[in-house]
Ligand binder design. Structure first.
Ligand SMILES: *[C@@H]1O[C@H](CO)[C@@H](O)[C@H](O)[C@H]1NC(C)=O
Ligand SMILES: *[C@@H]1O[C@H](CO)[C@@H](O)[C@H](O)[C@H]1NC(C)=O
Ligand SMILES: *[C@@H]1O[C@H](CO)[C@@H](O)[C@H](O)[C@H]1NC(C)=O
Ligand SMILES: *[C@@H]1O[C@H](CO)[C@@H](O)[C@H](O)[C@H]1NC(C)=O
Ligand SMILES: *[C@@H]1O[C@H](CO)[C@@H](O)[C@H](O)[C@H]1NC(C)=O
Ligand SMILES: *[C@@H]1O[C@H](CO)[C@@H](O)[C@H](O)[C@H]1NC(C)=O
Length: 940
């Protein structure tokens, strides 16, 4: 046989392939073996977790029996196709990523030795608890470890420092205590280290200086003590350094000047002392410097004075000094500057007007002298300007009126003089204007006819003279008004009675006279009033704050009387009246009464006639459709009638107070909801229709149902809205399956959406809109669980020109208690209903029983835990979510206050909802209802 016969070639090829196959098998078997060990380890951990429906369905694929034929891996039992798991080409797990997955349990059953190739372990934002096991040091290949936003406690194990490949370490927002391991310097690859918002103590380890690749170090909001180690200067790559809110002492090490890449440095709220280092902005990259609330002294270093990269600079609450006109230059990017509560002196220069992006400037409580430069008016982005408690003199420049975005202007406690320019009085976005304790004169600068947003107006202790302008009655948002210690004279304008949000009112030490207008009984939010040292006489208005005022608040007037224990009762006119006079008086009163009945009757009949005369006009059809449905109203009308088969009951999806709702699809494939009014239901239905169309054509907000159009006809009136896939809150909460899917994050979002819509109606619409019937029935959800308020049939507007009195409209169980005895409408009734709906959203059922038990027997409620009243169909919220739920519950209870004036405004509610959450005062599961219910009412 020839040595190279084809047969032999074939055989050697066979052998070659056999060899390859054996090689492949050998290669694979080790990794596949490991893979199956990984699967076992994962399932073992899964089995140790506290299972809830969410975890259960999320980790369904984590199952040793699962065989996935479409999977390209050779073996069953590899976890590579499991949710959250990624493998390398050899089938070994490299990535475990289970962010925000509602996992609950510990890591104690996680076998860290089983994952020889793991690069990423990401468990961010779950509810894992217990300590971080020291075996974590076995994950020798790990580069990315995220355990942040969980409930881990105990120490940071020193074995974590064995993870020498680690590049990213996230441990923040847990309950970790103890020291940062001194060996932290072994993590030579570390680029980012976040451990803020824990309870870490001890000092910053010196070895941290070895982390030459570190760019981002955040250790704020802990209890770290000791001084900042000099070695911090070795962190050549550092760009962000946050050590704020700790207990650091000593001075900032000079070595900080070696951090050539530093962009943000935050050291505020510590016990640091000494001078600010001279070289802090040598790199010219520093954008953010926050060192407030320490005990720094000396002046501003040169490198900062010239640091043109600065965006935010805050050093409030120190003992810094220096001449302000020399210490600071022009900063083109500057956004935020807080120098308050220091010892700066000198004059303000026009330079501040050359910071085009400046939004906040606070130099209050220093020793600034001289005049206000008119150039300040060029910093047109300013929102907040506080120069109070200084030694400023001269006029307020009219150029400040150009600051159209300004909402806080505080110039109080200076020596400003002369008239206040009219431009200041018409700044429509201003919420706080404080000019108190100056020597300002002339008349009060408030002549605006516009709706204004002013909440706090303080003109106390000046030399303002003349009358109080009646236009102050137009400041319909006003909560605090202080005009005391001026030279004001004349009578009080009746229009002030419109200030129904006014809480404190001080007129003392003026020269005002006349009687207190009886319209002041409408100041329903008033809790504190002071009219002492004036010339008032006559009866007090029938207003709680006046009737309960102290002697100090009323003394030194001419002749006040009324039902207040501190002053005399008003005299009953004449005592010795003869019977004949009484008779005459009675007679004339009855005549007058009879006459007035006749007059009213006649008027009523006329009015009714007028209405009937109006009727024929109504039979004409008005069809209005907005752009969304095309302009041809008639055609859309025909289409709607056709699509609903002339409002056939088979399209009806609900029947409400004054109409039936149909769901239908138009030829454009657009699904709409059509509300058809009940026929012949009379005036109430018509009124509801009118208020709904008038409000919804005006109110445009993402959390208010969109009205596409309406048709008004004597017999067939209807409205067309966007269709809400999710149905009403009431439906969702009463359906077991849907309620279980309605997770905490979704519920929080619904509450926020609802609050935004009401905030918009109350504070951004002018005149304000009061819904009057907010209930879970009227809050609809779209397919993404976004809330939309609907049903504005009972809505009314708060016209500043007229006081609103209307009959009851609302849903029992949701309407405010005062509606039982008053017909007066103000926006606090919506706030109450918002409170009920909000509690219902987190409790999963109507809170009626809870509310009445809190009112009737508050003592019984002392120990009831909030966790026990939350919707039990969901597992209890954890971590950040739990904080938010607590904060929402607290808001809801505040909204349920019995007296309207103690309820917050929607503005306060929304502010509270959007402020970053502080940590809870106690663990979530220990917080009682009583604690939240008694939580102090907030100031704005
Ligand atoms: C896997 O299969 C075994 C035997 O068929 C069964 O007893 C076990 O319950 C299954 N495990 C899971 C998690 O489905
Ligand atoms: C099987 O794996 C493929 C791809 O890995 C995935 O798309 C599919 O959903 C899996 N099927 C099952 C039943 O797990
Ligand atoms: C692995 O983890 C990293 C870090 O979390 C992530 O960005 C990446 O997308 C993951 N890779 C895969 C393939 O899932
Ligand atoms: C953890 O995994 C390793 C390797 O897979 C194994 O040898 C060890 O026995 C496991 N430990 C436990 C406690 O299961
Ligand atoms: C001012 O702010 C705007 C918008 O934030 C930004 O685009 C612009 O670059 C800023 N100007 C300066 C000089 O930083
Ligand atoms: C005066 O006040 C008391 C207690 O506040 C009240 O009971 C009484 O009815 C009041 N009288 C008048 C005339 O308003």
């Amino acid at each position: 046989m020839a040595p190279w016969s084809p047969n032999l070639v074939v055989r050697s090829l066979d052998l070659f392939f056999l060899f390859i196959i054996i090689l492949l098998f050998l290669l694979c078997s080790s990794s596949c073996f490991a893979a199956s060990g990984e699967a076992v380890a994962l399932v073992k951990w899964k089995d140790s977790l506290d299972m809830n429906p969410t975890t259960h369905s999320l980790l369904r694929s984590w199952n040793l029996n699962s065989t996935n034929s479409t999977s390209h891996h050779l073996y069953n039992n590899t976890p590579c196709s499991w949710v959250g798991i990624t493998c390398n080409d050899f089938g070994s797990v490299i990535n475990i990523t289970l962010e925000s997955s509602n996992l609950k349990g510990t890591l104690h059953n996680f076998n860290f030795s089983s994952f020889p190739s793991l690069l990423t372990l990401d468990l961010f934002d779950n509810s894992l608890y217990g300590s971080i096991p020291s075996h974590i040091g076995n994950l020798s290949t790990l580069t990315y470890l995220a355990l942040d936003s969980n409930n881990f406690s105990g120490d940071i194990p020193s074995q974590i420092c064995l993870l020498t490949n680690l590049r990213f370490l996230w441990l923040e927002s847990n309950y970790l205590h103890g020291f940062i391991p001194p060996q932290v310097g072994m993590l030579a690859s570390l680029e980012l280290f976040y451990a803020h918002s824990n309870s870490l103590s001890g000092s910053i380890p010196v070895s941290i200086g070895n982390l030459s690749k570190l760019t981002d170090l955040e250790l704020g909001l802990n209890k770290i003590a000791g001084s900042i180690p000099n070695e911090i200067g070795h962190l050549k790559s550092l760009t962000f350094l946050y050590l704020n809110d700790n207990q650091l002492i000593g001075s900032i090490p000079l070595s900080i000047g070696q951090l050539k890449s530093l962009i943000e440095l935050s050291l505020h709220d510590n016990y640091l002392t000494g001078y600010l280092p001279d070289n802090i902005c040598l790199s010219g990259k520093l954008r953010w410097f926050a060192a407030g609330f320490n005990s720094f002294k000396g002046s501003i270093p040169k490198s900062i004075a010239n640091c043109s990269s600065l965006l935010r600079f805050s050093i409030e609450g120190n003992q810094l000094t220096g001449n302000i006109s020399e210490e600071f230059r022009i900063y083109p990017s500057l956004d935020y500057m807080d120098l308050s509560n220091n010892k700066f002196f000198g004059e303000l220069t026009g330079n501040w007007g050359q910071c085009p992006n400046l939004t906040m400037l606070n130099i209050s409580n220093n020793k600034i002298s001289g005049r206000l430069p008119p150039e300040l008016g060029k910093a047109t982005q300013l929102r907040k300007l506080d120069l109070s408690s200084n030694r400023l003199v001269g006029k307020i420049p009219k150029e400040l009126g150009q600051l159209k975005l300004l909402y806080i202007l505080k110039l109080n406690n200076n020596s400003l003089s002369s008239n206040v320019p009219a431009e200041i009085g018409i700044m429509l976005d201003l919420e706080t204007l404080d000019l108190a304790a100056n020597q300002l004169s002339g008349s009060i600068p408030m002549h605006s006819e516009h709706c204004s947003k002013l909440l706090h107006l303080n003109l106390r202790d000046n030399k303002f003279s003349g009358h109080i302008p009646f236009q102050i009655g137009n400041l319909h948002s006003l909560e605090n008004l202080d005009l005391s210690m001026n030279l004001l004279s004349g009578e009080l304008p009746l229009e002030l009675g419109r200030l129904d949000k006014l809480e404190t009112f001080n007129l003392s030490h003026n020269n005002l006279s006349g009687t207190i207008p009886s319209t002041f009984k409408e100041l329903i939010s008033l809790t504190s009033v002071d009219i002492s040292y004036n010339q008032f006489d006559g009866p007090l208005p029938n207003n709680k704050a006046f009737l309960e005022a102290t002697l100090e608040a009323l003394e030194d007037n001419k002749g006040l009387c009324g039902n207040n224990t501190n002053i005399k009762i008003c005299p009953i006119p004449k005592e010795n009246i003869s019977k004949s006079i009484i008779f005459l008086v009675t007679m004339s009163i009855s005549c007058a009464l009879i006459l007035s009945f006749v007059v009213v009757g006649v008027l009523f009949v006329c009015k009714n006639r007028e209405r009937h005369m109006d009727e024929p006009r109504q039979t004409e059809m008005t069809v209005t459709f907005f752009e969304a449905l095309g302009h041809n109203g008639k055609k859309v009308h025909e289409e709607i009638v056709k699509a609903t088969e002339n409002f056939s009951s088979k399209y009806c999806i609900g029947v409400g107070g004054y109409g039936s709702v149909y769901k239908t699809m138009l030829s454009t494939a657009q699904v709409v909801a059509v509300k058809k009014l009940h026929e012949n239901e009379g005036a109430a239905t018509k009124e509801a229709f009118e208020s709904e169309t008038s409000v919804l054509t005006r109110a445009r907000h993402r959390n208010i149902i969109k009205l596409y159009g309406f048709c008004s006809h004597a017999r067939q009136s209807y409205l067309v809205y966007e269709f809400m896939e999710g149905g009403s809150l009431e439906k969702i909460l009463s359906n077991e399956v849907r309620a279980a899917e309605f997770a905490w994050t979704k519920r929080i979002n619904v509450v926020k959406g609802l609050a935004n819509a009401i905030l918009y109606m109350h504070h951004e619409c002018c005149p304000a809109i009061i819904h009057r019937d907010i209930s879970t029935k009227n809050v609809l959800l779209d397919d993404e669980y976004e809330a939309h308020i609907s049903d504005f049939g009972a809505a009314t507007t708060l016209d500043p020109e007229s006081l609103s009195w209307t009959p009851f409209a609302g849903t029992f169980g949701y309407s405010a208690p005062e509606l039982a005895y008053t017909m007066e409408v103000n926006e606090k009734i919506d706030v109450y209903s918002f409170g009920v709906v909000t509690l219902e959203v987190i409790m999963g059922k109507h809170p009626g029983d809870l509310i009445s038990s809190l009112l009737l027997s508050p003592l019984l409620a002392v120990d009831a835990l909030i966790k026990d009243v939350l919707d039990q169909r969901l597992s209890p919220p954890r971590g950040r979510i739990a904080h938010q739920v607590i904060s929402i519950a607290e808001i809801a209870f505040a909204c349920l206050q019995q007296s309207p004036q103690f309820r917050p405004t929607m503005k306060q509610v929304s502010r509270k909802l959007s402020t970053p959450l502080e940590s809870l005062s106690e663990p979530f599961h220990m917080i009682t209802i009583k604690q939240l219910f008694d939580s102090p009412t907030w100031t704005s």
